[in-house]
Design a protein around this ligand. Structure first.
Ligand SMILES: NC(=O)C1=CN([C@@H]2O[C@H](COP(=O)(O)OP(=O)(O)OC[C@H]3O[C@@H](n4cnc5c(N)ncnc54)[C@H](OP(=O)(O)O)[C@@H]3O)[C@@H](O)[C@H]2O)C=CC1
Ligand SMILES: CCCCCCC/C=C/C=O
Length: 344
């Protein structure tokens, strides 16, 4: 908006922007509560040469925010996270107004960047696809599935793959990539409607882990010969039981441990040495960003499969920035089918 001039030289056209941000008011103890968050306002400075002003259009809530907040944040910090943002003003010739980027600038409605930390959406991004997919199936969670399955699990055609949290952002892509790669896939999720969704998108076997009477028996029945690959998003008790169903030389990708993120007292597990030794298993933890030197390759492959209709997606969209804490808590509780997204 224009600053008022009172006589003197003509008024300078200056855009004063105030961003809304969510801060971590209080470190989470156990399950996050809405009272652990506080919404604040941040006045943004005027743009300098080389800078851009961006507005978030879609924001992501992801499980990693729970353990990473404990490890990396202090109370009062803006919540960590990524967004798809639109460039609204540019003093940087490399970035045009109106272009969309993926940024890693936390829970903010607006921000300023020098462009170095931005990833432009591919120029080939089709009009038919929501840009929010760049935070899900064609973004960090999709890349986690892609590199976790093909590189960490080293999945091969004809194998049997097990994945938990299978109806979520990562798991739903894991299952479909396993099918694209010529495997049998078994998945589990926390409600009957999620199980129905898994069957709809091509899982060979799917079950509700909350209602099965015996997980051991269910895993045996779903694949009596066992599993070559186990893509573990959950950890805890599920992983402790599943490890006993691995085939000889089986591979386990330790992707996440969401069943443990809100624990106040660390779980005591059974110990894994016996199945690891007797079946000569490989188990490898990984962080998707370690594969980002191949990000373009992954995005290109995922986008192609989406456009061919081989990789289906579902988004759980929460409207309004004000509802971010509720969307985050809901995702941790399992209220999302597919990727949890906030539309500002
Ligand atoms: N290593 C890496 O680089 C990365 C790891 N991850 C990890 O992958 C996993 C999945 O992430 P993402 O796909 O984004 O999230 P999701 O979209 O799958 O959402 C989380 C889901 O976890 C399930 N869940 C919650 N609590 C439990 C529990 N106690 N036991 C079993 N399932 C539970 C819920 O589904 P349900 O209804 O089925 O219970 C919920 O919907 C997480 O562990 C995350 O930390 C994600 C990205 C990168
Ligand atoms: C730029 C976003 C970085 C996301 C890294 C996610 C790693 C996740 C680990 C467990 O959830």
């Amino acid at each position: 908006m224009a600053r008022k001039s009172q006589g003197g030289p003509p008024a300078l056209k200056v855009r004063m922007v105030t961003a809304k941000v969510w801060v971590l008011k209080k470190h989470f103890e156990g399950f996050p509560q809405t009272s652990d968050f506080e919404m604040k306002q941040e006045a943004l400075a005027n743009l300098k040469d080389g800078e851009l002003l961006l507005e978030s259009v879609f924001l992501s809530v992801d499980p990693y925010m729970r353990p990473y907040s404990k490890r990396d944040m202090k109370e009062g910090d803006v919540m960590i996270g990524t967004q798809v943002a639109r460039i609204v003003e540019s003093k940087n010739p490399a970035f045009a107004v109106g272009a969309f980027v993926v940024a890693n600038r936390g829970w903010r409605t607006h921000f300023i960047s020098d462009g170095k930390d931005l990833n432009l959406l591919p120029a080939s991004w089709p009009e038919s696809l929501p840009k929010s997919l760049a935070l899900g199936t064609v973004g960090m969670p999709g890349l986690t599935a892609y590199f976790g399955l093909f590189e960490v699990c080293k999945m091969k055609p004809g194998e049997t793959v097990l994945v938990n949290a299978a109806a979520g952002a990562v798991g739903s892509v894991v299952g479909q990539l396993a099918k694209i790669g010529g495997c049998k896939v078994v998945g589990c999720a926390g409600s009957d409607s999620k199980v129905a969704y898994l069957k709809k998108i091509g899982f060979d076997e799917a079950f509700n882990y909350k209602t099965v009477t015996c997980l051991d028996e269910t895993l045996r029945k779903a694949s009596p010969d066992g599993y070559d690959c186990f893509f573990d998003n959950v950890g805890g008790e599920f992983a402790s039981i599943a490890i006993n169903h691995m085939k000889k030389y089986g591979r386990i990708a330790v992707c996440g441990a969401i069943s443990q993120y809100n624990d106040t007292v660390p779980q005591k597990g059974p110990y894994i040495q016996f199945p690891m030794i007797f079946n000569e298993l490989s188990m490898k933890g990984f962080i998707v960003t370690s594969w980002y030197n191949r990000r373009e390759e992954g995005v290109k492959a995922l986008l192609k499969w989406v456009l061919e209709g081989k990789l289906k997606y579902h988004e759980q969209v929460t409207e309004r920035f004000e509802n971010m804490p509720a969307a985050f808590i809901g995702m941790l509780k399992g209220e999302n089918l597919g990727k949890a997204i906030i539309k500002v």
